[in-house]
Design a protein around this ligand. Sequence first.
Ligand code: PLP
Length: 398
Amino acid sequence: MDSSTIASDYPRRLLLGPGPSNAHPRVLAALARPLLGHLDPLFVELMEETKSLLRTVFATANALTFPISGTGSAGMEACLVNLLEEGDEAVIAVNGEFGRRMTDIVERAGATVVAVEVPWGRPVLPDDVKSGLARATRPKLVAVVHAETSTGASSPIAEIAPVVRDSGALFVVDSVTSLAGMPVRVDEWGIDACYSGTQKCLSCPPGLSPVTFSPRALESIRGRKSKVRSWYLDVTMIERYWGAERVYHHTAPISMNFALAEALRMVVEEGLDARFARHRANHRALAAGLEALGFGFVVDAPYRLPMLNAVTLPAGVEEAPLRRRLLDDFSIEVGGGLGPFRGKIWRIGLMGESCRAANVLALLGALEDMLPAAGASVEPGRAIAAAEAAYGTVAGRE
Ligand code: PLP
């Protein structure tokens, strides 16, 4: 087989890992639309529509709301390097891989990190942030990951926000995994900078990072004494392209923007509340089925993410070979653990388009089929029955 044959023969995967999730055919079709120039009036119209749809999804009126060209990490870096200058201090909550990544970016920006270390698998709680603030002298910002994809923990941003507000620091929130899968209310919660990614609950291929900055964050950026340490991610320059001036900064990734606009339209057509309810219902059914099979949850029930289920495997079952069989024999992808969880857990994503009852039942059916050979005793039909019971009526399934 030459490489072109291989490329056109990729199997259809059911993507139930930590991202990317499956994209809807409407979104994939958008990628194949004829290109427009990045200053074409039709593309400008699409930019305005995208900004407006993003404001709806972020629940914000922030004027500076647009997709950064790059994946979620580019959004993370854009928020931090624009808000921080050399010598500034940042309180960063670290309860997994992505909080840790933020500390690295802050150091590279020449600022000082006050890390709030929280055990992996635990949410960041208001008292954790208070203790970090107490160790800081003049914190410029506090940053928290809403949905820690490496552990499956959800941190209560609404409860942390007042603690940050009282300190006078800016509040930066990572919503890469949470946006469009669970409530993210930027204005109501008083978030100053929030970034996300396209490939999780927005169900668009990876490649763009929606961001939003509050007027207070923008004022802080405009008041900088030094240039932003990244030319590409300097929002004062990018703003001139995404705002009324339409001044060229870099060539926008046209096709990705087509896809994001289509994905956002689909989110708004479904309705945010209905989408959140769908994520919760499928999570509940998956959890019931997995527990019936002997999987255990890493995170305590009140703090579990609906879209990312971090689970230990039934006693005696090795994770990597089973994960590989699931991919090879059933074309279903789930994720392994990162950092201290490597080799110990699975991360099962139910994000956006992938978050469907049919997919939950397909995964549970595959596991029922495979687990006996992997060394676990399984009562046939038990996991599916547990999931069915959690769904209740057929009408409640989506
Ligand atoms: N933040 C969180 C919570 C994530 O889950 C991810 C990716 O999984 C990122 C940031 C980084 O995003 P990307 O891999 O798209 O650069």
